[in-house]
Design a protein around this ligand. Structure first.
Ligand SMILES: Nc1ncnc2c1ncn2[C@@H]1O[C@H](COP(=O)(O)OP(=O)(O)OP(=O)(O)O)[C@@H](O)[C@H]1O
Length: 252
């Protein structure tokens, strides 16, 4: 338990016996996972093992076929405190076909904290400026997101997730396609938040500078958790030998 977590604090994330059906196929099967407040968890596994499906179910984008996910003690379908959660989706276009500037997309990360169409308050403008500086996009704040490069769009999505200073960050390959200098800046921003007690759940194929922040990792294989334990054994074997039964943390 981290010193920041009171003994009675609900878990940040509780996944219980979760199965998810996509197109008639069980993509997750009986997943159990509890994530303490303040913990930094990596979700690893080969392509198609179910990592994004797990993350998308956590943030309420996909329904559970069986079992459930709770965020801060509340089942996801009833959870309303979305300003406590920052989510970076797997790389997609940030604009989604809608013409929007960099600053507008980042400000959408504050939507649950403000009424739509109300002018931003000074501290909200400052939070947007700060988030844009963290990802080194302050000079492009008025640019159309659709015209940015893929890596720049990803940086905008990262800024959007950070802008509300959430208690839980859920990141699906946040730095895929982001250059090394930006990865270092991003991991520093995450490190600062982790030091303040933010919980982080991160899917990654290559943790890069984020590696040192990870407390624990789980490895998915064909929709089941096959490893849950310290990060290093999992990273050595997650993609090479997906099941090494004689090492601690590997589940039968
Ligand atoms: N909409 C869908 N309908 C049917 N099957 C789907 C759908 N979306 C994903 N899948 C399947 O679910 C499985 C898990 O996909 P998921 O995206 O969760 O994997 P992943 O571990 O995140 O993979 P990657 O590392 O490639 O991002 C894959 O076999 C995929 O083909």
């Amino acid at each position: 338990m981290t010193p920041l977590e009171p003994p009675t604090a609900p878990k940040a994330v509780q996944v219980a016996d979760l199965s998810v059906d996509l197109g008639g196929r069980l993509v997750l099967r009986g997943v159990d996972l509890q994530i303490r407040q303040g913990e930094v968890l990596a979700v690893l596994g080969t392509n198609g093992s179910g990592k994004s499906t797990l993350i998308r179910t956590m943030v309420g984008l996909l329904p559970a076929a069986r079992g459930q996910v709770k965020l801060f003690g509340t089942p996801v379908p009833k959870f309303r405190q979305w300003d406590r959660v920052g989510y970076v989706p797997q790389r997609i276009t940030a604009a989604g076909g809608v013409p929007a500037t960099v600053a507008e997309v980042v400000s959408s990360g504050l939507l649950s904290k403000r009424r739509l169409f109300r002018p931003l308050r000074a501290e909200q403008r400052a939070a947007i400026d700060h988030a844009l500086e963290v990802v080194d996009m302050a000079d492009q704040r008025k640019d159309a997101v659709a015209e940015l490069s893929g890596g720049q769009q990803q940086r905008v999505l990262i800024a959007r997730a950070l802008v509300s200073d959430p208690d839980l960050l859920i990141l699906d390959e946040p730095t895929a396609g982001v250059d090394q200098a930006s990865q270092a800046v991003f991991s520093e921003a995450i490190r600062e938040r982790v030091a303040r007690g933010t919980t982080v759940v991160m899917v990654s194929h290559d943790l890069g500078p984020m590696d040192a922040l990870i407390d624990r990792s789980v490895v998915l294989r064909r929709g089941r958790i096959v490893y849950d334990g310290p990060p290093h054994a999992s990273q050595t074997h997650a993609h090479v030998h997906p099941h090494v039964a004689d090492e601690p943390g590997w589940l039968s």
